[in-house]
Write a protein that binds this ligand. Sequence first.
Ligand SMILES: [Zn+2]
Length: 55
Amino acid sequence: MSMGGTECEHRDLEYLGEQKSEEGSNKYYLCKSCKGVIIIAPNMRGAYFVKRAGS
Ligand SMILES: [Zn+2]
């Protein structure tokens, strides 16, 4: 699963958009480094990291 052995810190993010949810709006970001998707939920304590599954 790991490509280089170093853990990505998801610092280079590109804003993708947001999606309304029951608690507010989830914001979606694409990490340019690892191509993962980070979802930030407004009323949650942190961000979710979702590795991109091949489509
Ligand atoms: Zn990353």
